[in-house]
Design a protein around this ligand. Structure first.
Ligand code: IPT
Length: 932
């Protein structure tokens, strides 16, 4: 059997060991290589002439450099399921790199290290075969010392896109190939440090850290800051220390040295335990406010440079994320160093997923087949050995979606034996027979609640800490319902949070837009299911991330009876590093501000502080209190806000509406009322204060979201809600009111809605009261309100209401009450797959103006939701990529009384009952005027 189809782990590599750098000589072999996509005879030979070959950067993934194409599938293998066989048409990239040794390169042993090659490679140095490696997201090293020469070494690497290993690497992501992580040559001095395990525990009852180095070498440990010098390996040493946590990532710099080599180490003292059925670190219960992170960049795929990894870490920290599951493979080692340094709890997951056997009822699944046992264990060993020195790693995960079987059990047993200091996670062990924590994905709120109540008949599972390794599917507009998960995590001590799926949209840059599955002509693909992150492909935060940041804020500020309640939701630290400031806004305009005196609040505690002395205000006013970093931290500047709350101070002034009402005029075939003119036959407003408009009409449709399409959209479509027709029953003057009665219904169906519009002139304003009565229509509606169109010149929106971002009933915690201004274009959220977006909630009033500042004014009674777009909902629904949305001549406005929630049904629970918009008799009022 060819090595490509051998289910084993490969051959020739050195035993796995920790990732570390030392003062021994090293040479990066990343850079420009020679490349050819098609196996070439004798290419590994020393004297082979590659001058006619292309150049390719390493690290890279060749499909993103024009060789072949990316392909996306979620669950399905893109090749026949015939393990361990793979297609004979197997894209094969031959890579060659020549290099000279630096002048001072020492003679003796040396190791060639590959941090990641997707999916299988056979490697030669100077014409001599080193071996074969599989396990794409895992390192492999080869002994090369005797083969090296001072000049003109030739490294030849043949990479196969498909291999037996591909059956174990069916993660939900792009199929991409190549040498996508660093390649390094490392001198290995005799008497140097081959491997080490620096175990640094912390006893929270004594405040003492215990450090012990396990290694075969004759190593001495120095930690100058702790007064530790020349401490011999193997001996435990106790010292008083500050512990490491994600919130206070205290690292002590030290050195491991032998006569021949020095290794700088960064030591974080912490101890992970499970007691009382809770996962604890340093004696503290954790609440995991996590995300699942795939490695992806829109131009380089899974070749993610350190600065991008750092940008992810900073963005996570600035959005209150405290944990990462490295879905579904160990990340580039640099990422974990950053997690140590900046502070994130990590579930380090092995490179394993066999999801494509699921649709085949798991027949032949490698997890249960002895032929794959070695490959499974090899992957786990390489994960644990590589990352064992990282304090940020608190759980090992066996992999994802690989069902269950003895091979997984063996991985767990090996791991627990090798590293008793970290619990083992794997969601697929549903009985929890070989894992240490109970993990689920996409469990509903009700299921989490029942787990919290410990009503599980399975005793073993019931008594374990519980976490959601995936929840809150962030595909498109959403997720909704995160608040209710947080409430459960706070109510039940064994429910310790979870990891939103997922951090990043895996869109690939394609000129003016981002591509997703199917855009490369893949015969089998899963479309935009790969666009399900909290940040857009270019790492711009989506509204979902802004919402999540608010929900998981570590400090909560709420109204208490006549006071302000400040609660500390950190797991460990107090609020001593925070400054509390307040601002009083009168109709969104700041009128007073100050610093709030808040005593230091310990983790898990709260205090009530009196309101500051506030001046009187005339209109609706709110007090906003923010908690921000007093001084810069490693991950954010001073002043960065970690939590905030708003408290109502005084309600809107009730103003007497002018009694003067204008009469309805019908003259010379025209229908006039106050500042409005109407079409006599239909009663539709055509002019408002001189501005031509397509007057407001009942509308219930929204461009379906990914979540809608998985739950309600089919029913909405069957009910014809996207193509309602308006039948005008009567247009009558009733006293001073203009009353337009209509029935709004879809073709071919008998059900519909009755809509009565009552227009009243209030001098300089027109009041519209709408009464809606379902007429045989049942079930939920996408939204309920009006649609109208105004001239495109009215390109700026200013409103007093919730903002600044979009908000929906079950995703609105991040919106605060204030006065905001955006261009119409700036109101749009550019979801990679276009869909409903941009709804601003609870507007008290809205001004839409042109460059001169004149335009229209809409007032709620008391509030309304709105969107403003240069295209219709139908255009938005039809678009597949952002450039499909082309600005027209009008601004289309929706003015709504309600929106249906978002939910998370694209993968997970739908809209919670309280956020469903059920068709029922509704009445609402708006007032229209002229802005100038
Ligand atoms: C779950 C996968 O674990 C994850 O990788 C991703 O594919 C996610 O779904 C959907 O985006 S598995 C699913 C069967 C719940």
């Amino acid at each position: 059997m060819s090595y490509v189809e051998d289910p084993g782990p490969g051959y020739g590599s050195l035993p796995p060991r920790a990732a570390f750098a030392s003062d021994a000589a090293s040479l990066s072999l990343s850079g420009t290589w020679r490349f050819r996509l098609s196996p070439t005879a004798d290419f590994e030979r020393d004297g082979f002439d590659d001058s006619a070959w292309d150049e390719l950067p390493v690290p890279s993934m060749w499909q993103l450099h024009g060789y072949g194409k990316p392909a996306y599938t979620n669950v399905h293998y893109p090749f026949p399921v015939d393990p361990p066989h793979v297609p004979s048409d197997n894209p094969t990239g031959d890579h060659r790199r020549r290099f000279d040794l630096p002048a001072a390169w020492p003679a003796g042993p040396a190791v060639l290290r590959f941090d990641g090659i997707d999916s299988c490679a056979r490697i030669w140095l100077n014409g001599v075969e080193l071996g074969v490696t599989k396990g794409s997201r895992l390192p492999s090293e080869f002994e090369v010392g005797p083969l090296l020469r001072p000049r003109d070494n030739v490294l030849a690497v043949r990479v196969h896109q498909w291999s037996a290993g591909s059956y174990l690497e069916d993660q939900d992501m792009w199929w991409l190939s190549g040498i996508f992580r660093d390649v390094t040559l490392l001198a290995r001095p005799a008497g140097g440090i081959e491997d080490y395990w620096l175990r640094a525990d912390y006893d929270h009852t004594t405040g003492l850290g215990t450090v012990r180095v396990e290694t075969d070498a004759d190593v001495l440990l120095d930690i100058p800051e702790l007064g530790v010098s020349a401490h011999p390996a193997g001996l435990a040493l106790e010292v008083p220390v500050e512990p490491w946590s994600a919130e206070s990532p205290r690292l002590y710099d030290g050195t491991l040295s032998t006569m021949a080599e020095r290794v700088p180490v960064r030591i974080g003292f912490r101890t992970v335990t499970i007691d009382d059925g809770q996962l604890k670190v340093n004696g503290r219960r954790l609440l995991l406010r996590g995300v699942n992170r795939h490695e992806h960049h829109p131009r380089t795929g899974r070749a993610v440079p350190r600065d991008v990894a750092l940008a992810d870490v900073l963005l996570m920290k600035r959005h209150n994320v405290n944990a990462v599951r490295t879905s579904h493979y160990p990340p580039d080692p640099a990422f974990l160093e950053l997690c140590d340094e900046y502070g994130l709890w990590v579930i380090d997951e092995c490179d394993l997923e066999t999801h494509g056997f699921g649709p085949l009822e798991w027949r032949g699944n490698p997890s249960a087949e002895p032929t794959w046992a070695d490959a499974y264990l090899d992957r786990m060993r390489r994960t644990v050995e590589r990352d064992k020195n990282r304090p940020s790693v608190i759980l090992w995960s066996l992999g994802n979606e690989s069902h269950t079987g003895p091979n997984l059990k063996r991985m767990a047993e090996w791991t627990r034996h090798r590293d008793p200091t970290r619990p083992v996670h794997y969601e697929g062990d549903h009985e929890c027979s070989y894992v240490d924590v109970h993990s689920r994905m996409y469990a509903t709120h009700a299921e989490v609640e029942s787990i919290g109540l410990r009503s599980d008949p399975n005793e073993r599972r019931r008594d374990l800490p519980f976490l959601l390794c995936e929840y809150g599917h962030a595909m498109g507009n959403g997720p909704g319902g995160l608040l209710e998960y947080r409430e459960l995590f706070e109510r039940y001590p064994n429910c310790q949070g979870g990891f939103v799926w997922e951090w990043l949209d895996h869109g690939l840059a394609a000129g003016d837009h981002f591509a997703y599955g199917g855009d490369f002509g893949e015969p089998i693909h899963d479309g935009n299911f790969v666009i399900d992150g909290l940040v857009f492909p270019d790492r711009t935060p989506s509204p979902g991330l802004v919402e999540y940041a608010k929900i998981i804020e570590p400090v909560r500020i709420e109204a208490d009876a006549d006071a302000i309640r400040v609660s500390n939701h950190y797991d460990v630290v107090s609020t001593a590093h925070l400054t509390f400031t307040w601002v009083l806004e009168d109709e969104g305009i700041a009128v007073a501000e100050g610093v709030l005196d808040v005593p230091t609040v310990q983790s898990g505690q709260s205090v009530s502080v009196p309101f500051p002395r506030l001046p009187a205000t005339g209109g609706e006013s709110w007090l906003t209190v923010s908690a921000s970093l007093t001084s810069p931290s490693s991950w954010a500047p001073g002043g960065h806000v970690v939590g905030w709350g708003q408290l109502p101070v005084s309600p809107a002034r009730v103003t007497e509406r002018p009694a003067r009402r204008g009469p309805v005029f019908r003259t010379a075939g025209r229908l006039l009322l106050g500042i409005g003119e109407f079409e006599p036959a239909t009663g539709r407003l055509t002019t408002l204060g001189g501005h031509p408009v397509q007057g407001p009409r009942l509308d219930v449709w929204r461009a379906t979201t990914d979540n809608d399409r998985a739950e309600s959209a089919e029913g909405w479509r069957e009910a014809g809600l996207y193509r309602l027709q308006h039948r005008v029953i009567t247009v009558d003057a009733d006293g001073d009111d203009l009353v337009v009665r209509t029935r709004v219904a879809p073709p071919a169906l008998a059900s519909g809605l009755l809509a009565d519009y009552t227009w009243t002139s209030l001098g300089d304003r027109l009041q519209l009261r709408v009464e809606i009565t379902p007429d045989g229509l049942e079930g939920t509606l996408p939204r309920l309100g009006l649609t109208m169109a105004v001239p495109g010149a009215l390109g700026t929106a200013e409103w007093f209401g919730a903002g600044p971002g979009e908000a929906y009933p079950d995703s609105r915690q991040a919106a605060r009450i204030g006065r905001f201004s955006r261009s119409v274009d700036g109101l749009q959220t550019p979801y990679v797959f276009p869909q409903e977006n941009g709804n601003r909630a609870d507007a008290r009033w809205l001004r839409l103006t042109d460059a001169e500042g004149t335009g229209l004014h809409v007032e709620g009674d008391p509030v309304f939701d709105f969107t403003a777009r240069r295209w219709t909902s139908a255009d938005l629904e039809a678009a597949r990529h952002t450039p499909d949305l082309v600005a027209g001549e009008l601004v289309h406005l929706t003015l709504d009384v309600a929106q249906h929630g978002l939910g998370s049904a694209s993968c997970g629970p739908g809209v919670l009952p309280r956020y469903r918009l059920v068709a029922q008799k509704t009445e609402f009022t708006l007032r229209f005027g002229v802005a100038n």
